[in-house]
Ligand binder design. Structure first.
Ligand SMILES: NC(=O)c1ccc[n+]([C@@H]2O[C@H](COP(=O)([O-])OP(=O)(O)OC[C@H]3O[C@@H](n4cnc5c(N)ncnc54)[C@H](OP(=O)(O)O)[C@@H]3O)[C@@H](O)[C@H]2O)c1
Length: 246
């Protein structure tokens, strides 16, 4: 029960890594607001949560929607201790072929979404004098991946946003870190792990020789939200099994 009594917002908390983080937070005693545009099968989680989990329709690219998410969370649970800004999209394509709309979708979701969530949660955390923000980036924030310019660039921006936020918000008692998964056999990572031809190339880049599991990412998200991380701020925690990117 490392998050007993805490209240967390997890964007993209309906499926993939966000869902795994939400489930793990619940097991650690937190109350969790799962935010996304579609509920998917979130009902199964809500039913088993004894009222500690809720779903809020949210589009992280929309300022009003994100504001409503934070209000609904505070109304439902009384406070907001942790924000996991996890919602993200990846649209592949070399720059010449990448449609402007796909580029803009990545910027709007991966970067603007993180800013809008921080901006909206700030008054709640500042009033409490405490909070944790975990911005999910990616190992691709710091590696060159041909055909993934928008994804790499937006995730790199998230990591710098994290560092600046950490400096600005520390005086308010709010700690801000990034969690950077490598390739996980869950969510969008399955596009790589599920393709034998692609994975046979990628697997050689991992010291452990296997993709990560969603629960291994959730472990790191628990740590960053927990009382064990009171002196960790402005850090990028890579969870990638030892990634050697040639
Ligand atoms: N899986 C990996 O291997 C891996 C590796 C490194 C980093 N990451 C990062 O981890 C995060 C989660 O990825 P994932 O693999 O779990 O992806 P996923 O399975 O595609 O899930 C993405 C989640 O984000 C939500 N989302 C997307 N656009 C949104 C929007 N505009 N507003 C609100 N919610 C939105 C989706 O729900 P709706 O579409 O219903 O809104 C969904 O719940 C992402 O930031 C990703 O970049 C993943």
């Amino acid at each position: 029960m490392r998050l007993d009594g805490k209240v967390a917002v997890v964007t993209g908390g309906t499926r993939g890594l966000g869902r795994a983080i939400a489930e793990r937070y619940l097991r650690e005693g937190a109350s969790v607001m799962c935010a996304a545009r579609n509920p998917h099968d979130i009902d199964t989680l809500l039913e088993s949560s004894q009222g500690r989990a809720r779903y809020c329709y949210t589009d992280v690219t929309d300022e009003d929607s994100v504001g409503k998410l934070m209000r609904e969370t505070a109304d439902a649970f009384g406070r907001i201790d942790v924000l996991v800004a996890n919602a993200g999209v990846s649209r592949d394509g070399k720059i010449g072929r990448l449609a402007p709309a796909a580029w803009q979708e990545m910027v709007a979701t991966n970067l603007n979404g993180v800013y809008l969530c921080t901006h909206a949660v700030l008054p709640y955390m500042a009033a409490q004098g405490a909070g944790r923000i975990i911005n999910v980036s990616s190992s691709m924030a710091t590696r060159v991946a041909v055909g993934a310019a928008g994804y790499c660039a937006t995730k790199a921006a998230v990591e710098m946003f994290t560092r600046v936020s950490a400096m600005e918000l520390a005086p308010k008692g709010i700690l801000v870190n990034s969690l950077a998964p490598g390739i996980v056999d869950e969510g969008m990572g399955r596009d790589l792990t599920g393709n034998d031809k692609v994975w046979s190339v990628y697997r050689r880049r991992f010291a452990l020789g296997r993709p990560g599991r969603a629960d291994e990412v959730a472990d790191a998200a628990v740590y960053l939200a927990s009382d064990e991380a009171t002196y960790v701020n402005g850090h990028v925690l890579e969870v990638n099994g030892g990634l050697l990117w040639a």
